[in-house]
Design a binder for this molecule. Structure first.
Ligand code: NAP
Length: 267
């Protein structure tokens, strides 16, 4: 299995009918990756969207995340929380299960063997981590028998994550860019606006195409309306000119829009 270039994000898409509909719409449009988390409170709706869509389950990469501060991530807590996710999602297997944050009782030696056990049992296919730094990634790779499949982090033109990108490319796992539209802020940037005008596309598409111009990067924009879901999907058809990529490379200002106490970058 490889991770599709684009997936549908679902954070803050917790109203069940809207969530079912946006997941179904995305899948029927051609998306093949759905990103949720226990903490989003929408696993049941995401599962319903997948069940309702006219797309075979085996074509879909379904990703969810276990949150150290909600269920805990000690060995038995991981096994139990994953079973709860499987039940809520209404599926037999989770394609990609992440450690949501390296916070709370996360401990590589205690937590990650439970992920290996879940792979052995066939409850999950692949292991991911989220919001790690390079040291935590190296430690995780040491403690996992399974290959690290994906690292999910905030990434967009204002936060370009050069060290994490290089680590993903060197160790051959995917870097999944969350908040790839900087939660909407990319829509108002003059440089991005002028590149969008030049190509006759939206600013959102420019941000997504810039991310996808980087080897190993995948994107998971969140969108609820059909118009936004389609606009983002059409970014797959946009190829930026090298000078566009260089101009956006120069925008980086290490600016984050998602924070959490205990995050590694705050240490
Ligand atoms: P985002 O995708 O950067 O931005 C979402 C916002 O942009 C929403 O307000 C959405 O509006 C709007 N939007 C979407 N497409 C648009 C378009 N084509 N034109 C104009 N506006 C558009 O932010 P995000 O939700 O923070 O990140 C995406 C996903 O990453 C999340 O949903 C979640 O799955 C994941 N994530 C993971 C973590 C983590 O800790 N691992 C943290 C944050 C996010 P509408 O909803 O109205 O369409």
């Amino acid at each position: 299995m490889s991770l599709p270039d684009i997936g549908i994000g679902t954070w803050q898409n917790a109203e069940p009918d809207t969530c079912v509909e946006s997941v179904q719409t995305a899948l029927e449009m051609g998306y093949r990756h759905v990103d949720t988390a226990q903490a989003y409170g929408n696993e049941a709706a995401v599962g319903e969207g997948i069940a309702t869509a006219d797309v075979p389950r085996e074509e879909i990469v379904l990703a969810t995340k276990i949150h150290p501060e909600e269920t805990g991530v000690a060995y038995d807590e991981v096994l139990e929380a994953t079973q709860d996710s499987l039940d809520r999602l209404g599926v037999d297997t989770i394609d990609l299960l992440y450690v949501h944050w390296p916070t709370g009782n996360y401990d590589a030696e205690e937590t990650l063997p439970a992920f290996d056990e879940l792979v052995d049992r066939g409850a999950i296919d692949h292991v991911g981590v989220s919001n790690f730094d390079v040291d935590l990634l190296d430690e995780a790779r040491e403690h996992l028998d399974a290959d690290l499949f994906a690292h999910q982090v905030e990434m967009h033109p204002f936060l370009q994550q050069a060290d994490l990108l290089e680590h993903a490319q060197t160790h051959e796992y995917d870097l999944v860019a969350y908040s790839p539209l900087a939660r909407g802020r990319v829509l108002e940037h003059p440089e991005i606006e002028s590149i969008a005008d030049k190509h006759g596309v939206s600013e959102a598409q420019v941000s997504l195409a810039w991310l996808l111009s980087k080897d190993r990067v995948r994107v998971i924009p969140k969108a609820t309306s059909e118009a936004h879901i389609r606009d983002n999907f059409e970014a797959l058809d946009l190829e930026l000119d090298p000078e566009d990529v260089a101009a956006i490379d120069a925008i980086d200002r290490s600016e984050r829009f998602v924070e959490r106490a205990g995050a590694p970058w705050l240490a």
